[in-house]
Design a protein around this ligand. Structure first.
Ligand code: ATP
Length: 342
């Protein structure tokens, strides 16, 4: 039996319902068995950078598709050095696919019109059918004209509802429900704290908020105020008899948080006391944690305040988890008798 597989590459920065809905409609209209979503590690057709890391984009795709077993997410482009070229991906997929698998490379019309700039684009229909999805109600660009211009050797077949040529796979122009949604619009909305509800599945929204993705760049002033608060927290910990209080400045190393503040208590009871006192003091300043988590024995309490995270360890746990070692590249913040240094 032939397995018909839609191959949907993109940046997915982040994935949204425009991607998901058009993928589902393609699956139904062309009677495909599966759609494979393939995030590009280093997209060659866009300006060389993505906003979220490959791992975040992959995780968001997995969350968006996890309840649909005909949608799969592949990380085949993760380890490839340099740009991810579609033709290389198609070759790799064909090599590993079950016998008789047939591929349908999917893309929006906006992508298709730049196909002539893609590596070995003429080879694409040798190895895979192509599906060109129309994204808008009134396309100014004529999809038929574009296909004929890029592949003049192919002719329209009414019977197949596709462009065909001997020795080549077909090219299908496909009208999908126009959803004028784009990843860039979503990023723009997040940058001004607008809601993105219903534009992408809820688990994706939760994930990107939890990981502080696509937030506005901090001004220098805001970044400095984060540093002041980090020192303030270290002072508070010192006052509550926590030992060996240090801060790690992660601003250039992590996009998850700006500072780790690490302190040690002598026992789980003392750890709990230190955490309670710190929480109460910060509450007075109107600062509340997002979450507080602790190991069962309270030998490690983690207080997540978003831009900074406090870790209160017992000595052995501190050595065991060795955050200072793991983040040895991070500049250290120390305070000694009210003196700050960084
Ligand atoms: P950006 O706004 O950052 O350019 P995007 O929303 O176009 O991103 P990509 O990840 O670049 O998303 O798109 C991957 C593929 O999905 C492309 O082939 C694109 O044409 C198609 N696509 C994107 N948005 C839609 C949509 N709303 N409907 C149908 N196809 C879409």
């Amino acid at each position: 039996m032939t397995l018909k597989i839609g191959v949907f590459g993109g940046t997915f920065d982040p994935v949204h319902i425009g991607h998901l809905r058009s993928a589902l409609e393609t699956l139904e209209l062309l009677d495909l068995d599966e759609i494979w979503f393939i995030p590009a590690a280093f997209p060659p057709h866009k300006d060389q950078t993505t906003f979220a890391s490959f791992e975040h984009r992959l995780n968001m795709l997995k969350l968006a598709t996890k309840h649909l077993d005909f949608f799969r997410v592949l990380d085949v482009e993760a380890d490839r050095p340099g740009p991810s070229f579609t033709i290389d991906t198609i070759h790799e997929l064909r090599r590993d696919a079950p016998d008789g698998a047939e591929f349908f490379l999917m893309m929006g019309l906006d992508q298709f019109i730049s196909l002539k700039t893609w590596k070995d684009y003429k080879q694409l229909p040798v190895f895979s059918s192509i599906v060109v999805m129309e994204r808008q109600i009134s396309e100014e660009i004529d999809i038929f004209q574009q296909i004929s211009e890029i592949f003049p050797e192919m002719i329209w077949s009414e019977d197949e509802a596709a462009f065909v040529a001997p020795g080549l796979k077909s090219i299908y122009p496909l009208a999908v429900t126009p959803l004028d949604i784009s990843s860039s619009a979503i990023r723009d909305m997040l940058a001004v704290n607008a809601s993105i509800s219903f534009l992408t599945p809820e688990p994706v929204i939760e994930y990107l908020l939890e990981n502080s993705l696509y937030l506005p760049e901090k001004t220098e002033e805001e970044a400095d105020s984060g540093l002041d608060i980090a020192f303030e927290v270290m002072e508070l910990l010192n006052k509550s008899n926590a030992k060996d209080v240090i801060g790690l400045d992660l601003r250039r190393l992590s996009d998850v948080t700006d500072f780790f503040i690490i302190a040690a208590g002598r026992s789980s009871r003392q750890n709990q006391g230190i955490a309670d006192e710190l929480e109460a003091e910060l509450k007075k300043l109107g600062i509340r944690p997002r979450t507080i988590e602790a190991t069962k024995e309270s030998n490690w309490i983690l207080m997540d305040y978003g831009d900074w995270v406090v870790h209160i360890f017992q000595e052995e746990a501190r050595e065991f988890y060795d955050l200072e070692g793991l983040w040895h590249d991070a500049p250290r913040l120390t305070i000694a008798r009210g003196h700050k240094s960084s």
